[in-house]
Design a protein around this ligand. Sequence first.
Ligand SMILES: [Fe+2]
Ligand SMILES: [Fe+2]
Length: 192
Amino acid sequence: MENKKSKNKIMAIKKLIANECKTLGFAPEWFYGIHLLGVEKFAKKLLKQLPKADKEIVMLGVWLHDLQRIRGIKGDHAKIGAREAVKVLREFNYEKNKISRVKDIILSHTCGTNLRPKTIEGKILSSADAMAHYTNDFYLVIAVTGQRNLKEYKDWVMEKLDRNYNKKIYFDFAKKMIKKRHDIFKTIFTMN
Ligand SMILES: [Fe+2]
Ligand SMILES: [Fe+2]
């Protein structure tokens, strides 16, 4: 019963985030479909292989980790995202301990220099966040925004590929899942 209740709450949060992505207008149109649904897909795949992880914490992290972007608030991506996530979790009456665990995995999801995920749930979120960019239009979508010239764009992609693969994906089996694609992307973006 408790399990069903917690699933329903996560579904309601997913709906809220989908709605914010579509109506607030701060995140680009593709953000929900291409990024968040991709993170969800990989988080579920990783959770299957890592049954000891707390699924509820991971899935809350999936839906709430990029709120800084979705809500268009200037400043530190992870810190503001964590702060906004806490607000949502309080509105949904989550207990303090769960709120603080979700907050922690959001704070470390970008794997900044001194803030790396310490828990298995944090490692799953960071990995799934990175893996989501390998199986959809993400790099093409960014390419057509025209924010960078070709050289800047290629440098940006190479830096992101390297950081995603080497710093954000924590499990060897997860790396294996996308290694082929990682190599293909690298080949494409180093051609000239
Ligand atoms: Fe993020
Ligand atoms: Fe993300």
